[in-house]
Structure formats: C-alpha cells, structure tokens
Design a protein around this ligand. Structure first.
Ligand code: N01
Length: 539
C-alpha cells in the first residue's frame, strides 16, 4: 500500500510529526524506528549520569496545554528513564504506537520521479512507498567511535555512550578509561568514578562547565509551572535558544567589575545553562566572553586541589559557550578523588589501543573498560546513514559533499517532498530541542496541508534559495564567537574528512521562526511548488 507519509524516527520529532500528519491532516502515516522502542536520543543514551541539560518544565511538548499541565516532572533536569516515561505517556495519550514499526532501520530511501513517491527500504528488506518522507532521525544519533588503531585487539570491553547497553555496565573493581570530555563525558565521569576501582579521563580539549544544581522539584514549583503554561511557552518561543529564561539585556561592560563578579557568582550558584544568559554579549564579543571564561577557569582552579591537574582542566583554548556548554554534577570535584586521574592528550596523544589498555606517546594505561564519550557524526551523519537518493538518483552524500545545502534546514534542492526535522541549517542543536522540533513539525505539517489544499504534488527548494540560505547561516555564525572553537562538532571538525562548515543556524530560534512563517505566508517563497497533473490540466 502506498502511504501519504513516512516518518523515520520515533523520538520527540517523529512522535509529534505522526500526530500532526495523521490526526490533524488525516493522512496515512507510518513511522519507522530502528530501535526496539520509542525515545530516540533517550532510548540510546543511557550512560551513567545521563541527564537532560534543559530544565524539565521546558524539555517537553507545548502543543497541548492539557498534556503540559497533566504531566509532572520530578527533578530540575530529567534523566532518560523519566523522559522515556513522558514520551510513552504522550504516545499512549495520542494513540501513536499503532503506527510505529520498531526495529525497522531505514537503509535506503530513493525518490521515484515518475511516480512522485519515495521508496524506502529497511534493513530487514521491507519496502514502503510514500508521497512525503520526513526525517525525524535527530541531530546526534550517529555515534562517533574514533578510528584509533588497535581497538579490535583490546582484551577488555568498550562502549560508546550513545549506544549504551540497556542492562548497564558494572564498573565495580574495574580500571576504566574514559575518552572524551564534552557534555556527555562531563556527566559520566563523576558517576563512573563513584563505582569504578579507578578512572582515567583522557582529555583532548579542556571544556568549561557550570554546576547543574539538579534537585527534586517541590510542590510549589510544580504548581507554579502548571499555572504558568502560557508565560513559559511565550518565553521559550521568543528567546533565541528556546529555553525558559530570558537573556539579560545588559552587556558585560555595562556594569563594573564588582557587580559583574556578583552576577556571575549568582549565576554559578543558580546553576545550569542560564549562566550563558548572564549578559547579552557573552557569545558575541570576545572581550566580554573573556570575563565569563576567566570566572569559570578560576572556579576550576579553586575546586581542583592538585595544581597540575587543575592547570590542565583550566587550559581551555576557545571562548566560553563557543562549543556546546556542558553543565555538571561534581565534574571538577571528581578529580580530587584518589581513584581518578587525568591524562592530557595534548601533551601525550593516544598512539593506539593495545590488548591491555590505551597507549599514549608517554606510556601505556592498563584498563579493563574503555568508555568512548566521543560524540557523534552530528547533523548530517544520521541523514547519510539512510542512503537517501533524490532526483536522477542523486545521493544526498554527494549533493552535500562540500557541506549541507538546505533551505531553512527543512528541505534540500534535488530531494522533492523530503522534509528534515531540525536539519542542518536550522537552529536545532543551538536550542532547547523540543521547542525547535515543535516549530519544524508544525511548519512541515502546514506546508504539506497547503500543498494538498492547493493541488501541489511536489515541493522542492530552488538551488538559489538554498545557496542564499547557506550564506545566511554562515553570516549568522560569523556574527557570534561560535566559529572560534575550530574543533567543534558544530563545524563537523570532530569527524575526520568531514567538510568544515558551520551547520546550525545561529541567528536565534525566534528570528528563524518569524522567517519561516513569513516565507510560508508569501506562498512558500524559494520553493518550487509543482501542481499535480490534474491541477495543471485544469482550464
Ligand atoms: O560529544 P562532544 P558529547 N581522541 O563531541 C573527544 C548533546 N548532549 O557526546 O573536543 C580523543 O561534545 C572530544 O575532544 P575534542 C550536546 O548537544 C546533550 O559529549 O574533539 N578525544 C570531546 O572532548 C552535546 O554537545 C545532553 O578535542 C576525542 C569529546 O570526545 C552533544 O550531545 C547531554 C576523540 C566529544 O565531545 C555531544 O556531546 C550530553 C579522539 N579521537 C550531550 N574524538 C543533554 O543534556 C573525540 N574526542 C540533552
């Protein structure tokens, strides 16, 4: 049977996309999900210490006030188990599971121009045909295990945090090596250290981190959240990052040194990503950023007792928040434990993995377990994995050889009727994801609804619109300090051979939303809307 729409992925994006296309537009929809259950990121990322860095009262759907108000989060930052419970609740409430096929990994998606259909094949060889293909595969779902020579010879066990075994890993009595100190590694290390015999953290790039200050939510806060749905939703929709707090209007140098210090201290005590919002220009002006960077470096030196270790942890080479800023629970404190050691890979790079452990230029570190907290082939990786071929058999991988070419991060020239939720070129990973997801899903739904109402069978952006958008994405990034972190995954720099192009749109979610809405209101400016044959034949 030919479907109206096929959605790939059953995380936050896919669930809501299914609901919108099926229940609002009345389309026949099938969701294909590689995992054995729903949850997306939260199905896979169950590593020790995994927790959402967005605050729970904003890390959820806003499309239904009733849904928002009936769900109660227990902690400031929810962990995978609670987020999965929430997503199951949503799926049950909107009767979504009956249209999701689990264990169905998409291995090919080819556009048949004659039929105007996408033909999608799963790893098990099942085939589906649909008019619209929506990728809801997420931005960070393709694990990056670095090609370190000798990994296959390792006599112990190794794991990537993004593909963590659901039964957990028992670290007791084990010598553990953790490679990677991004948001994930910073969450994982304290928890691994608490049960392992010994933990060696291999750090290539030192990172800033601010305390998360996670805590259970009290009844008064829960009530306030329930009663403030409209206000919270309004803030998430009108701020650049989709978080439930506003960025302070003051610039760093609008206040004196003493006051600035007090503002940073208060933000440090409050904890969380809000630290970045202490001043308007923290990610815009290098001198302003230096004040935040210096503050955090001082904190690191104050927390970590061994001066040599503190120096390596505080030797950060990029502006604060130019890479995704981690938040933590006792990360720097962990290096005061007797069973934890830090290895500076800038001084002694990893040469290979041996049967016994990790060998750097300086020495071998004997290990029983290696944990790769080495991140993802972000944004494009999950799309390429589906082997998408568009018009004339054009492979997405080839079309994007020099970097992603999208219009608004929503669609790409050469790939008609293929929509990408939070695709490269959209604010996506620079935001509180569910807010960006809702905006994309609703825009895609409206676009498909408009096509059907107007007898349009094919929608595809023009190459010129995509080219112009690419320039806007680059300009938006260059207006910030983000490109100064030259080793960032925002730029694809973490995956050898990947073209170095700043992928997310850094102009802010609110501005982006307005732009998307304007384009739709102007009859989908920049898109070719091809009428169906029946429509075209009308007198
Ligand atoms: O991955 P990363 P992540 N040898 O790419 C190092 C989201 N997230 O999983 O910086 C040695 O940031 C690498 O070093 P370097 C969030 O958006 C969300 O931590 O490339 N080291 C770096 O230290 C986040 O940004 C939550 O020099 C190697 C680390 O591995 C994104 O996921 C929680 C190496 C990778 O850091 C990715 O974070 C956690 C090698 N060959 C994460 N290769 C939420 O709260 C890489 N590294 C929702």
């Amino acid at each position: 049977m030919d479907l109206d729409a096929l959605v790939v992925g059953a995380g936050f994006s896919g669930l809501y996309q299914l609901h919108c296309l099926r229940d609002r537009l009345g389309l026949s929809v099938q969701v294909l999900e590689a995992a054995a259950d729903l949850g997306g990121t939260w199905y896979w990322n169950r590593y020790p210490g995994a927790r959402c860095d967005s605050e729970s009262h904003s890390y959820c759907y806003f499309f239904s006030k009733e849904l928002y108000q009936e769900w109660e989060w227990s902690e400031r930052y929810p962990g995978p188990a609670e987020i999965l419970r929430y997503l199951h609740h949503v799926a049950d409430r909107f009767d979504l599971k009956r249209d999701i096929r689990f264990g169905a990994r998409v291995v090919a998606a080819c556009y048949d121009e004659g039929e105007n259909l996408w033909e999608v094949t799963t790893a098990a060889g099942e085939r589906y045909r649909a008019t619209y293909l929506v990728s809801a595969v997420g931005c960070l779902s393709s694990a990056n295990v670095p090609a370190i020579p000798g990994l296959e010879s390792f006599a112990g066990r190794w794991y990537h945090t993004g593909e963590w075994p659901h039964e957990g890993v028992d670290f007791r009595g084990k010598r553990v090596g953790q490679i990677g100190t991004g948001s994930t590694g910073i969450q994982a290390a304290p928890v691994i250290a608490a049960s392992a015999k010994h933990l060696t953290v291999f750090q290539r790039t030192a990172q800033y981190s601010v305390p998360a200050r996670n805590a259970p939510l009290d009844a008064a806060f829960k009530r306030q959240v329930r009663e403030s749905y409209d206000a919270i939703r309004e803030v998430t929709r009108s701020t650049p990052n989709g978080h439930p707090f506003r960025i302070d209007r003051r610039n760093v140098f609008d206040v004196g040194e003493q006051e600035r210090r007090a503002i940073y201290e208060a933000a440090w005590e409050k904890g969380g990503l809000q630290f970045r919002a202490s001043f308007r220009d923290i990610v815009l002006d290098k001198a302003a950023n230096d004040t935040a960077a210096d503050f955090i470096k001082q904190k690191i030196r104050a927390v970590v007792r061994d001066p040599k270790t503190a120096a390596v942890l505080a030797d950060i080479d990029h502006p604060y928040a130019a890479k995704r800023p981690p938040i933590d629970t006792d990360y720097f404190e962990t290096f005061n434990r007797d069973n934890v050691a830090l290895v500076d890979l800038r001084a002694e790079p990893i040469e290979r993995i041996t049967p016994a452990g990790v060998r750097t230029r300086a020495r071998e570190y004997p290990l029983d377990i290696v944990v790769f907290a080495t991140g993802f082939d972000a944004m494009t990786g999950p799309l390429f994995r589906m082997n998408i071929r568009g018009r004339d058999g054009l492979a997405l991988r080839d079309a994007w050889r020099e970097g992603p070419k999208t219009y608004l991060g929503l669609m790409a020239p050469g790939f008609p009727n293929l929509f990408t939720v939070t695709g490269p070129g959209s604010p996506s990973v620079l935001t509180n994801m569910p807010v960006a997801i809702e905006q994309h899903v609703e825009w895609i739904t409206d676009c498909i609804g408009w096509m059907r109402a107007n007898g349009v069978e094919r929608c595809e952006p023009t190459a010129r619109a995509a080219e112009r958008w690419g320039v806007q994405v680059e300009e938006a990034a260059n207006a910030t300090l983000l490109p100064l972190a030259t080793h960032s995954w925002y730029l694809g720099a973490n995956v050898p051979g990947k073209p170095q192009v700043f992928m997310p749109y850094a102009g802010g979610l609110a501005r982006y939303r307005a732009l998307c809405d304007e384009i739709a209101a102007r009859g989908y400016d920049g898109f070719v809307m091809e009428p169906s044959r029946a429509e075209a034949a009308r007198p």
